[in-house]
Ligand binder design. Structure first.
Ligand SMILES: Nc1ncnc2c1ncn2[C@@H]1O[C@H](COP(=O)(O)OP(=O)(O)OP(=O)(O)O)[C@@H](O)[C@H]1O
Length: 530
């Protein structure tokens, strides 16, 4: 049986992610600012080691989601939390922005909570009808606003949000953060200096220098590193002392009735959307993108070796004078099915499939944790597609990678994915483990997509569910459930109320007022879900 979601480790958590692209106004006199709502309110956990497939018709926002979560596009709203690195190790600046303002944020939270309660009361009092639907939208907005700020704050200080004196919490937490930040800077210096030393040693060895001579030449650099290590260890001791101070504060409030509730939000994830340019650069090697088009994504003026080494130098994995980089590149090329003698060739000398292998080698050389593969095989012949897919699956096992695999091809998605998310007009409308989704789709849109897969099996002839009409405009999407204009099950509620993204059975989420295939659910499964 598949592992339950809660047993798995989250690598990236996306909450209420929104990406709007501004549209140029047709005329100066147009008052309304228009946006393409490419992603709207997407919430999703991506688990370590999984391949998460993303399907949906062209223009539904798959590429935008992949790029926004990698922060290639600035996200308009929402939270994207990365768990591949501990927040204390990076100590990003946004943490101090929150911690410094704790007392005023505490007041703001109270205001937002009141607004949430008030809008809920208004909604509950109203009779069925249009006004009630509008009140529901308002309540949901207020709830989201409160929840986002609450998570931003409690992720850092947990249950301490209940403290009577938030300025005291702010003072101690800031002290810890500032010390962690100093430690982070020193750790970075040590790492970079060690890369330089390693490169120098290898060069001197190649020049035939004796061990003693090499030692003399790198002595001052090594001494510098030793000094920094001493400084670092002092800072680490200081952090331990501050942690004890924080524990004392936590003990003081531990018995507060709401402490536990808020403390559950405390974790070490990093909010990618709030990093500075420099901080984001440090994480960029962890989070990679493989494009659809293997032609335009490779610089035609660089050889394969140069293409792969660019990132290795930029991320200071190798020093520029380090001769061992060549061996490393050849090893990576071989892993990706490229012959070592290709290293001096240019992209135009390769076929599409080989070019895609070069793109993959360039990414995996950085030892990333997460890769978005955006239509990575769509431009290739079918026989080459399967080679590249198998290469990706192979690398995933070897390198402990996690993928988001974007494709409009449902057969490819079925083959490669552990779980699948179905997108429609900017929203994820259904998400489940692959087998579950393909055998028991609960959203009418998924049903329609699946029924359109060609089959050669005469015993399982399917009647395709025809999707009526075109995809509506993402600039002015339909009200309520965006799919209602094309859905054969749609009723009045669908036109007015956005359906919640609900977990129907463990791990199977659907946003629909008239879920289908519910008769295929065993009573025992529902019990587990509750
Ligand atoms: N840079 C941009 N500026 C303005 N609008 C954009 C931009 N990128 C995407 N869009 C719009 O956002 C919506 C979602 O596009 P996106 O490329 O994410 O969809 P997709 O599902 O990946 O489609 P496809 O499979 O065709 O690439 C579309 O309406 C698209 O026109």
């Amino acid at each position: 049986m598949a592992k339950l979601e809660k047993d798995k480790k989250v690598l990236i958590r996306i909450e209420n992610l929104k990406k709007y692209f501004p549209v140029k106004k047709p005329s100066l006199f147009d008052r309304e600012a228009l946006y393409v709502r490419a992603n709207e309110d997407v919430s999703l956990d991506i688990y370590e080691g999984e391949t998460l497939g993303l399907v949906g018709e062209s223009g539904c926002g798959k590429s935008t989601l992949g790029r926004t979560l990698l922060q290639i596009y600035d996200q308009t709203d929402g939270r994207t939390i990365y768990y591949g690195l501990d927040i204390d190790e990076l100590a990003p600046k946004y943490v101090s922005d929150i911690l410094k303002r704790l007392p005023s944020l505490g007041n703001k939270l109270k205001e937002l909570q009141k607004k949430e309660n008030d809008t809920l009361k208004t909604y509950e009092k109203l009779p069925e009808g249009k006004e009630k639907y509008q009140a529901l939208e308002k309540y949901r907005e207020a709830e989201k606003e409160y929840r986002t700020l609450l998570l931003d704050v409690t992720q850092l200080i947990g249950g301490l949000i209940v403290a009577d004196d938030l300025s005291e919490v702010s003072r101690v937490a800031m002290k810890e953060h500032e010390t962690s930040r100093e430690a982070f800077k020193i750790r970075k210096k040590i790492k970079e200096e060690n890369v330089l030393i390693e490169g120098k040693v290898l060069t001197l060895q190649e020049e035939g220098k004796k061990l003693e001579e090499i030692e003399t030449q790198i002595k001052s650099q090594k001494n510098k590193v030793q000094e920094w290590e001493k400084e670092l260890s002092k800072l680490e001791d200081k952090i331990k002392d501050i942690e004890k101070e924080i524990e004392v504060l936590r003990d003081k409030y531990r018995n507060h009735p709401e402490f536990e509730k808020y403390d559950k939000n405390r974790d070490k994830g990093i909010n990618l959307a709030r990093l500075t340019e420099n901080e984001a650069r440090l994480l960029r090697k962890d989070l990679q993108l493989i494009f659809q088009d293997p032609y335009s994504s490779l610089n035609p003026r660089l050889t394969v070796g140069q293409i792969i080494s660019e990132g290795l130098y930029a991320h200071k994995i190798f020093a520029k004078n380090d001769k061992s980089v060549q061996d490393y590149i050849i090893k990576t090329m071989e892993e990706c099915g490229l012959a070592p003698y290709f290293i001096h060739r240019y992209p135009h000398q390769f076929s599409g499939g080989q070019r895609q292998r070069i793109g993959i080698a360039r990414s995996v050389a950085l030892r990333p944790k997460f890769i978005v593969c955006d239509e990575a095989v769509s431009a290739l012949d079918v026989s080459i597609q399967s080679q590249i897919i198998n290469l990706l699956l192979d690398l995933k096992e070897k390198e402990d990678l996690t993928y988001m695999f974007i494709s409009h091809d449902l057969s490819v998605i079925k083959y490669i994915s552990d779980r699948v998310g179905v997108m429609y007009l900017g929203n994820i409308v259904e998400l489940a483990e692959t087998e579950e989704l393909y055998s028991r789709p609960m959203h009418p849109y998924t049903e329609a997509l699946l029924s359109a897969i060609p089959t050669t099996d005469p015993d399982h002839k399917k009647d395709p569910v025809i999707l009526e009409g075109d995809i509506p405009s993402p600039i002015r999407p339909p009200s309520g459930c965006k799919f209602h204009t094309r859905c054969k099950y749609a009723t009045e509620i669908c036109k007015n109320v956005l359906p919640e993204f609900e977990e129907v059975v463990p791990g199977h989420f659907v946003a629909c007022h008239h879920k289908i295939n519910l008769d295929k659910i065993e009573p025992a499964e529902v019990k587990i879900a509750k």
